[in-house]
Design a protein around this ligand. Sequence first.
Ligand SMILES: [Zn+2]
Length: 121
Amino acid sequence: MNSKCSKCGCEVTGSFCENCGEPIPTFRNDYTQKITQALDNPKYGNMWISGLKLIAKVEFAIITIASFILGFIEMTQRGGSFLIGLLIIALGLALAFISVAVMMVFLNMAQDISEINSKLK
Ligand SMILES: [Zn+2]
């Protein structure tokens, strides 16, 4: 497919101008560029981060509730141990805190990176 370079007007056949090196927007390049722009957009970037924060909260709630239910079942069940029930709850809470803490560290890093990126522009 022959097209003209938008920078120097030369006829080009590839995806780059042989004369000045300007990339020629093909359909694929255009599409990739649009996705990159959307991800770079601070509005969409924040949407991503707040969405992931919501997931972290839901994850925390689910692990906490599940460990309480499992621990309670162990405590009340015939032949179940109160101590093991407590242990299940404690481990569940620890797991919930650790997983959310790790997720928050990554989210804060992602947020910092997107803030740095937006300041550099
Ligand atoms: Zn050119």
